[in-house]
Design a protein around this ligand. Sequence first.
Ligand code: SAM
Length: 186
Amino acid sequence: MPAKKIVILRLGHRPQRDKRITTHVGLTARAFGAEGMLLASEDSKLAENINDVSERWGGDFYVKNDVNWKSEIRKWKDEGGKVCHLSMYGVNLPDAVAQISQCEKLMIVVGAEKVPFEIYELADWNVAVGNQPHSEVAAVAVTLDRIATTDPLRNEFQGGELTIVPEKCGKKVIDNRSGSNDGNNG
Ligand code: SAM
């Protein structure tokens, strides 16, 4: 796994409306090398679901539910961390990537509904993944990929119950608890 310490701060999550997309933000962050996600809303069920995925598929990714975003940002900065807020209005990522890549402790902030303006002021970088509207899932994936020093697609996740064996055709999964193969072409 990468040496950088990266956490995602998810703002404005509305449990009914954003359940699926926030889950995808978390799973994408995990797959592309973040160590955890701070959720600035109360949705313990969502946190539990992502934590279950980590247990099944390995690694130490965590979700911290119902955080206070302001105090998390202050604490992060007090500990020497930097904050990158993803917004289509920001500086385009290719123009900021060299600087951000050097940061060893990075919080990446993504919104759902309108983001409070204070976030723009607290952030070290307000960064656009292209200056067009799209999705927080895409923004997180592209950012984590562009700032990585090793290829995130080569990340390995230890200690999970299940491991996929890549196949040209079909699906092969090893159950690490029993050592059995579940070969399935369905
Ligand atoms: N309507 C909201 C607003 O005006 O702030 C934004 C909604 S957008 C679907 C949700 C989040 O996706 C944004 O807060 C931002 O983090 C991310 N996002 C969407 N497009 C982006 C882009 N081009 N670059 C960076 N982040 C983007």
